[in-house]
Design a protein around this ligand. Structure first.
Ligand SMILES: Cc1cc2nc3c(=O)[nH]c(=O)nc-3n(C[C@H](O)[C@H](O)[C@H](O)COP(=O)(O)OP(=O)(O)OC[C@H]3O[C@@H](n4cnc5c(N)ncnc54)[C@H](O)[C@@H]3O)c2cc1C
Length: 300
């Protein structure tokens, strides 16, 4: 279970207390507030706070015309127009604050997204829990033979068992030594900020992560993508579900233009035009490299 009883009690308490507000709220997001959604074996994502909704986007785009008399379908149309034309600042009017529990090696990828505000659990001040990410057997995969940055078939048999044993045993041994080094029973005890050096990259950390919707969608575009590592993708997938309920028009437009859409180079666009005219276009006469052509074919 990813949450302690204290944390669960706090969530129950928060969800049982309501306050009146004049601010706009998004009913789709209210139902998720504070609830922790499990990710990986010990991780979670939960919404701590949010600001804005689909209306906040259109309102900013119209520079405070307010809701006025615009029909709902116009709001959706405007959001699609903004997304289509990369008019991104209205999306920055919405904000999301998440509490995330994640393995350190996932946090290292995540923190590369610089356009967020972060507060991480301090392992200088506090003691990290004995919690490590151990992949489920189906995710214990071999190195990909086609992609240096990816994984291939799942390991099986004795090799899978040995790898799992190493991951578990090494993590436990490192944690035992961590605990022993910081202990102040009959010794001075090593500082926590130094002892943590001994912990492996699959140990869990936690942070609050606040980001505006524009940059969140950029994060999701990159990390909910098939090219992203599975262990960060599952977090992005969970966040996608929250965003879909929070700002349904914006999320639908994002799915359509960004997640499901594609960008073509002028060379690729020229090939499409030639194909439509009935010309036989091959890699050799396309003007594209082999790799580019492969990606173009996959896209089509
Ligand atoms: C599949 C995948 C593989 C990757 N592999 C590697 C890897 O092997 N090695 C590696 O180091 N990284 C890797 N990355 C990380 C990647 O290079 C980016 O650092 C990461 O995706 C964050 O993207 P970003 O900079 O666009 O996001 P953010 O930091 O959120 O920035 C959003 C946008 O703001 C602007 N911006 C932000 N800060 C600056 C700045 N200082 N200067 C100019 N513009 C700025 C840029 O337009 C940027 O696109 C990988 C990412 C993915 C998704």
């Amino acid at each position: 279970m990813p949450l302690t009883q204290d944390q669960q009690d706090e969530i129950n308490e928060l969800r049982s207390t309501t306050t009146q507000t004049l601010r706009a709220t998004a009913p789709g997001m209210e139902k998720h507030l504070y609830t922790a959604y499990p990710v990986l074996d010990h991780g979670f994502v939960r919404v701590i706070d949010y600001m804005g909704d689909d209306n906040a986007i259109t309102q900013a785009a119209r520079v405070s015309y307010g809701k006025g008399t615009k029909a709902v379908s116009n709001d959706e149309g405007l959001i699609r127009y903004l997304m289509r034309h990369w008019h991104s600042t209205p999306f920055e009017m919405c904000e999301l604050k998440l509490h995330v529990k994640l393995p350190v090696f996932v946090a290292r990828q995540w923190i590369r997204h610089r356009t967020a505000n972060v507060n991480e659990y301090s392992a200088r001040y506090s003691i990290l829990d004995r919690e490590f990410y151990i992949p489920a057997p189906e995710h214990l995969a071999a190195q990909s033979v086609v992609n240096n940055q990816g994984r291939g078939e799942a390991l099986s048999g004795e090799e899978a068992e040995r790898v799992l044993r190493y991951l578990r045993d090494d993590a436990m041994r490192c944690y035992d030594h961590y605990e022993e080094m910081i202990s102040q029973d009959d010794q001075q005890g090593l500082a926590r900020e130094l002892a943590r050096m001994n912990l492996p990259a699959n140990v869990y950390t936690q942070w609050y992560w606040k980001v505006d919707l524009h940059n969140l969608l950029h994060f999701l575009r990159l990390r909910a993508d098939a090219h992203a590592q599975y262990e960060i993708r599952v977090y992005a997938d969970e966040i996608c579900k929250l965003v879909a309920d929070w700002v349904p028009y914006a999320y639908k437009a994002f799915e359509d233009y960004r997640m499901g859409g594609a960008t073509l180079s002028s060379t690729a666009l020229d090939c499409v035009r030639r194909m439509i005219k009935g010309e036989e276009v091959t890699q050799e006469n396309s003007g594209m490299s082999k790799g580019e052509w492969r990606e173009f074919q996959a896209l089509l």
